[in-house]
Design a protein around this ligand. Structure first.
Ligand SMILES: O=P(O)(O)OC[C@H]1O[C@](O)(CO)[C@@H](O)[C@@H]1O
Length: 274
């Protein structure tokens, strides 16, 4: 796991966009696992800006989103499908049948879960999975518990997750109670994970996830077991890790974790991302 700490979120987002774009430009048929929520918005914005300056076709790209709210159709303004159109897809020349997001309004949500899992299996290993983290350590909508599913499943959102998401809905009542989410399997099998978090509110869970025990009570802690994770944080999100100190390389257990400011990060990531 390589953790890069940036002075501000925009610098982190720029690097995130660069990493994604490099995969898109270099791979013949890139498979991108995409995320929603507030965390990746800046990366998408930077990506769109990069494309504006230096056009890049996405016709050869396939995308697989992590999750969708149960009950919301793709044209619902708060659906993750709408979010993806708003923040990214409207700017790309992607082929519509290359875009994959669970259908939250499917007649049978169980059948939809099965369909999405089959699709992910057929797709095989993702080149990269973009990930944010919930305040309770969830990745995708894999909420903490005694068990984590490796497969796509329906999840009852915790009250904490619902109240964090309520800001995007007109009322608490209209905030969805369930979601359909990719399991942890495809995330852990992805060639690389690009993890992003901003803001002080995430600092405690980041510290727990990356320096605490690997446990289903903090789903993001599983990423400690993934061989190729790049974590992009702003200083506020990294506060728990930096502990008031200066960024440096450190050993945590037997893992060498790099705390870096921006000047060298592109080279370092460039060597390691496939
Ligand atoms: O980025 P946010 O809005 O803090 O949300 C945290 C995470 O929860 C989710 O909304 C659930 O998948 C992710 O999209 C996001 O990374």
């Amino acid at each position: 796991m390589r953790i890069a700490v940036f002075r501000d979120a925009q610098q982190a987002d720029r690097i995130g966009a660069e990493i994604l774009e490099r995969i898109v430009r270099e791979k013949a048929h890139p498979k991108l696992g995409l995320a929603t929520g507030s965390s990746p918005i800046g990366i998408y914005k930077e990506l769109v800006e990069r494309i504006r300056i230096s056009p890049c076709s996405y016709k050869h790209v396939s995308t697989y989103n992590l999750d969708e709210y149960v009950g919301l159709s793709a044209d619902h303004p708060q659906s993750y499908a709408a979010y993806m159109r708003e923040h990214l897809f409207q700017y790309l020349d992607m082929l519509p049948n290359h875009i994959h997001i669970p259908n939250g309004a499917a007649h049978s949500i169980e059948a939809e879960s099965h369909r999405y899992e089959t699709l992910l299996r057929e797709a095989g290993r993702l080149d990269v999975q973009l990930l944010g983290i919930g305040l309770n350590g969830h990745i995708g909508f894999n909420e903490p518990g005694n068990h984590l599913s490796s497969e796509t499943h329906i999840v009852a959102l915790t009250e904490g997750t619902r109240s964090a998401n309520a800001k995007n809905f007109p009322s608490d009542e209209q905030t969805p109670r369930h979601a359909i989410t990719m399991g942890v399997g495809p995330i852990m099998k992805a060639d690389s994970v690009l993890f992003i978090a901003h803001g002080e509110a995430k600092s405690t869970i980041i510290q727990e996830a990356f320096t605490g025990p690997v446990t289903t009570s903090c789903p993001a802690s599983l990423l400690q077991l993934h061989p190729n994770v790049i974590v992009l944080l702003d200083e506020d999100a990294a506060a728990g890790l930096l502990n008031g100190g200066r960024p440096s390389f450190r050993m945590i257990g037997n893992r060498r974790i790099a705390f870096l400011f921006d000047p060298k990060i592109q080279e370092i990531i460039g060597e390691n991302i496939s």
